[in-house]
Design a protein around this ligand. Structure first.
Ligand code: GDP
Ligand code: MN
Length: 381
């Protein structure tokens, strides 16, 4: 789960990392009120989950009341990299002399978190890595010992960071590590971390990604998952512990097991269409989970046929069949639904489905894919 800048900064502040004074605004009016509280000049920042907002026009410096209406209207009515802007962070503008990048990210090849520092902040770190690799330094963090001060000093020294900043840099790095560790983050970035003549190091931007697999023990974020972070469909899927990824094709899939889901998507491609989604209902799925999965698939207007492929192991095919049968009366759309059941209680499951001629049954995965693709072509959208 990715957090918005304003959310990341709330955690920064809690951990003692200096951030500018700020407030959220949904309208130009609210923006003016926040600006009145914190004082001009302010920076208006589009709260969308995308980097490079500055270059895309999502960040504007505003000096007074007469500018703020048009500037906030402009950003609130715009899209940043295809995402409509719904909220602004109105933030006290900071004067700075230098921009750093500071971050912690999981390095998969090292199988450890790494601390990354760059003296060329304010630019995407991938770009710096390509154009000025000598301005980036990295060091692995031993997750059992935690981040040690000498690691931070080593990076600062190699990059020739002004000695006067080292102590603050150590404190901010330690705070970042605490957040990374305690919140099960896979990435935390401050870009830019600026040198302000008045306040020392200040975090002007914040980015955090929380490992979705840790959300069960990071209850705080369940509240946090507002509509702007997750689509309603993704929220619904998470509520039922369904592994759902929306794709661009037209055949909706419901499968138990990630490997089987991949194979199912391959078969759909081979039969001549594209999958509309990846959906793994997991092992031991109950009838209500199946019902939820089907309703999520049908919410995607691109879907013109559904392919349900169940290989019963822990999952019982009759339980899946019951779930499907229960949802049929309430379905909003009359789309072809193809079901292939195999494994535990497949015969019982098929018998249940025979009472519902709407559900087309297939014996093999490949034939199920072919029927779904053929039937989808009869559907007018
Ligand atoms: P991003 O483009 O999505 O990474 O958004 P950032 O929050 O990093 O903002 C982009 C750039 O705007 C920063 O790198 C800064 O150079 C500039 N910026 C952001 N906030 C301030 C501010 O308070 N004062 C000044 N002078 N510049 C700012
Ligand atoms: Mn940034």
């Amino acid at each position: 789960m990715k957090l918005h800048e304003y959310q990341a900064k709330q955690f920064f502040a809690r951990e003692g990392i200096p951030v500018p004074k700020s407030g959220l605004a949904n309208t130009p009016n609210e923006a003016r009120q926040v600006a009145a509280e914190i004082g001009y000049p302010v920076v208006l920042k589009a709260q969308v989950l995308s980097g490079g907002r500055g270059k895309a026009g999502g960040i504007r410096l505003v000096k007074n009341d007469s500018e703020i209406d048009s500037a906030s209207n402009l950003i609130l009515n715009s899209e940043i990299h295809g995402i409509p802007v719904q909220r602004l962070l109105v933030e006290k503008a900071v004067v700075f002399s230098q921009e750093f990048y500071l971050g912690i990210v999981n390095d998969r090849s090292l199988a450890k978190p790494v601390l990354i520092l760059s003296s060329s902040g304010g630019v995407e770190i991938e770009v710096v890595a390509r154009t000025k690799p000598e301005k980036i330094e990295k060091a692995p963090i031993n997750p059992l010992l935690g981040l040690q001060n000498f690691t931070v000093r080593a990076l600062a020294s190699r990059l020739g960071v002004d000695y006067a900043l080292w102590k603050a840099l150590q404190q901010i790095s330690a705070a970042l590590w605490n957040l990374f560790d305690h919140l099960d983050a896979s990435l935390i970035e401050i870009n830019p971390l600026v040198v302000s003549p008045e306040r020392g190091l200040v975090a002007l931007d914040g980015k955090m990604t929380i490992d979705d697999n840790a959300l069960y023990r990071q209850k705080e974020f369940l509240e946090f998952a507002d509509q702007a972070v997750e689509t309603p469909t993704e929220q619904e899927a998470r509520k039922f512990s369904l592994n759902y990824v929306q794709l661009t094709g037209n055949i909706g899939c419901m499968v138990n097991g990630a490997g089987l889901a991949m194979a199912t998507m391959d078969c759909i491609q081979q039969a001549g269409s594209e999958p509309a989604n990846f959906l793994d209902i997991g092992g031991g799925a109950t009838a209500d989970k199946v019902a939820a999965a089907l309703s999520i698939i049908l919410k995607d207007p691109k879907v013109t046929a559904v392919l349900i492929n169940i290989f019963g192991g822990i999952t019982r095919c009759d339980e899946v069949a019951k779930g499907l049968a229960a949802t049929l009366p309430g379905l909003q759309r009359e789309l072809p639904i193809v079901v292939r059941l195999a494994g535990t209680n497949a015969e019982e499951g098929k018998k249940i489905l025979q009472q519902y001629p709407r559900l087309l049954q297939a014996e093999t995965l490949m034939s199920a894919a072919e029927i779904a693709v053929r039937e989808s072509r009869q559907v007018r959208v």
